[in-house]
Design a protein around this ligand. Structure first.
Ligand SMILES: Cc1ncc(COP(=O)(O)O)c(C=O)c1O
Length: 426
């Protein structure tokens, strides 16, 4: 039954039945967690061969002994592998440590204080620095900016990516806008893949916004497909070359969700000029990254075809978990008017929108029943979801059995909160 077609009498009956169901759930004393965008143990096991793979051979293709200091921008075989993964040239990629988030923070901090090209280009030379934040988005992007004192301006997401009319209008009006966060393939949390048209328009942004504008292209889920027919992402750098805006992008990625989440390899792709600047400033923080781990990864993942096969193995573990979430949502909430959700073809998340004003109460009800969900508002800058409706579901880490129990609680809480709201407003 659709909520908006129910009579007050039907609503009251429904509320009584749902409240009873909820009481039974409370008594079960559950302790489940759908918050974490982490690979499951089975996924981590796929990369156990990293351990011991070097067998005493510590030299890269140039014959350099990687056990020693140096090589701030990474080893040649890692550049080869990860540049082919993101469609850039090996000399346009710098390989870092285990976290792309660290590289994002470092890049933003460098642009802010030292300048993305020279000292005059430092964003901090101007009164304020602002970034566009497509919403819902990734909370840690927002906290990088919040920590650095960069103001965040939310812009809407469509099914094709950020609302580019809004983005272009904003950068035209406000010269203090110096960047935009993008998760272009299987975006966190909606799972959207940016359309070719959106990617093309993003490549043009620096021509509107000015030479110090930067696109933080966080391609965290570049190869994380759940289905063979998953949509491809256009190559931003190719479009930038056509527009003469190669300097305007930083293309981030890592193997956090390819190999080991805590011990992978991260990288950033950009113009060679931008990389020289990053390399120079990086030299003040480190004498070089963990090149041994880079070599392990290059030997283990080998090449792009092998890497894709490895990702297919991830998909076969992850897909049933995503399907369990979607099946439960369909079975319990389809055509009820109580919420809508995404059904992504890759990535790590499903994004759920409740009726406005209910995300906080649904999350609180679920918490009381022993199911932890990502805090309401986390997908918006400053933790403020103006409509209080977005909830991020992360199905990769729990077991199938745990997912099915947690989703049963979730849909009961959605129904209970929706019916109670409707009754209160009728
Ligand atoms: C969009 C996005 N970027 C970056 C990260 C973190 O990446 P890393 O482990 O390389 O720091 C995550 C982790 O969930 C993510 O969802």
């Amino acid at each position: 039954m659709h909520l908006d077609q129910a009579t007050p009498e039907q609503l009251r009956k429904l509320e009584t039945a749902l409240a009873e169901e909820y009481q039974t759930i409370l008594q079960a004393g559950l302790n489940l967690d759908l918050t974490r965008g982490k690979p499951s143990g089975e996924q981590l096991d796929l990369s156990n061969a990293l351990d011991g793979i070097l067998q005493g051979k510590y030299q890269d293709t140039n014959g350099t002994d990687l056990r020693n200091y140096g090589g701030i921008d990474g080893i040649p075989e890692a550049k080869q592998l990860f540049s082919s993964m993101i469609g850039m040239k090996p000399e346009e990629v710098m390989i870092g440590g285990n976290s792309s988030l660290t590289l994002m923070y470092f890049t933003a901090q460098t642009c802010l204080h030292q300048g993305c090209s020279d000292a005059d280009s430092a964003w901090s030379k101007e009164s304020t620095t602002k970034f566009l934040a497509p919403v819902p988005g990734y909370d840690r992007h927002f906290s990088v900016c919040e920590h650095l004192g960069i103001e965040l301006i939310p812009v809407g997401m469509t099914e094709e990516g950020p609302d580019m009319d809004q983005v272009e209008a904003l950068v035209q009006q406000d010269a203090n806008i110096k960047g935009i966060w993008c998760v272009p393939r299987f975006s966190n949390p909606t799972g959207c893949v940016y359309s070719d048209e959106v990617v093309r328009r993003i490549a043009k942004l620096a021509n509107i916004a000015g030479s110090n504008f930067r696109v933080f292209w966080d391609n965290a889920y570049a190869v994380h497909v759940l289905e063979e027919n998953a949509p491809e992402l256009a190559n931003l750098m190719d479009y930038c070359r056509e527009e003469g805006t190669e300097h305007s992008i930083y293309h981030f990625g890592s193997t956090s969700k390819i190999t080991f989440a805590g011990a992978g390899v991260a990288f950033v792709g950009s113009s060679t000029g931008n990389l020289a600047v990053l390399k120079k400033h990086m030299g003040f923080t480190s004498i070089g990254p963990d090149k041994i781990n880079q070599l392990r990864h290059a030997r283990f993942l080998k090449d792009i075809d092998n890497l894709k096969q490895h990702m297919d193995e991830h998909a076969s573990i992850m897909k049933p978990r995503f399907e369990a979430v979607i099946q439960q949502l369909e079975a319990e909430l389809a055509d009820t008017g109580m919420g809508s959700w995404t059904n992504p073809k890759g990535g790590y998340f499903i994004s759920f929108d409740s009726r406005p004003g209910l995300a906080k109460s649904i999350i609180a009800l679920a918490a009381e029943a022993g199911v932890k969900l990502t805090p309401a508002g986390a997908t918006f800058p400053y933790g403020d979801d103006p409509e209080d409706k977005n909830i991020r579901l992360a199905p990769t880490y729990p077991s199938l059995d745990e997912i099915s129990k947690a989703m049963n609680v979730f849909t009961t809480c959605v129904k209970l909160a929706s019916v109670r709201q409707k009754l209160a407003n009728s």
